[in-house]
Design a protein around this ligand. Structure first.
Ligand SMILES: [Zn+2]
Length: 138
């Protein structure tokens, strides 16, 4: 098979993981797009692993939004007052998914602790913990 320009579009792209030419379901307008689409379609181990990693990152980002963003109230938590820790946690989740770090704990001033770690199954775990104590005395 050959990657051909049909006027202005490409009908195949080279997978960046195995180098094979992959027929594209949607035609690409640039070689870069063709490569990206090929990686999304190719069935080689490298491409499959990358798709799994991307999926894990998306899931972790959803969990971070759920536990620390506006929806935190659904779990009985207050949403974080600053958005920077959420962005930082999302970057950490990428590093965990890519195997650069295995876990990270962040203390968020006056609010909670956040832990992002890799489980033995290779999934990304997102935890939020708050220590609450209340004492009433006369
Ligand atoms: Zn491939």
């Amino acid at each position: 098979m050959k990657a051909e320009f049909n006027g202005q579009t490409l009908n195949a792209g080279a997978c960046p993981y195995c180098g094979q030419l992959v027929a594209l379901e949607v035609e690409a307008e640039t070689e870069e797009e063709a490569t990206r689409l090929a990686a999304e379609t190719c069935s080689c181990v490298g491409a499959r692993r990358e798709r799994e990693t991307v999926q894990r990152i998306e899931t972790a980002h959803d969990r971070i939004n759920q536990l620390f963003g506006e929806n935190a109230t659904e779990y009985g938590f207050k949403p974080l007052s600053a958005t920077e820790p959420i962005e930082l946690m999302k970057d950490i989740a990428v590093l965990v998914a890519r195997g650069v770090i295995t876990s990270s704990v962040m203390g968020i001033s006056g609010q909670c602790r956040a832990k992002i770690s890799l489980t033995s199954k290779g999934e990304i775990k997102v935890e939020r913990s708050e220590a609450r104590s209340l004492q009433l005395s006369t």
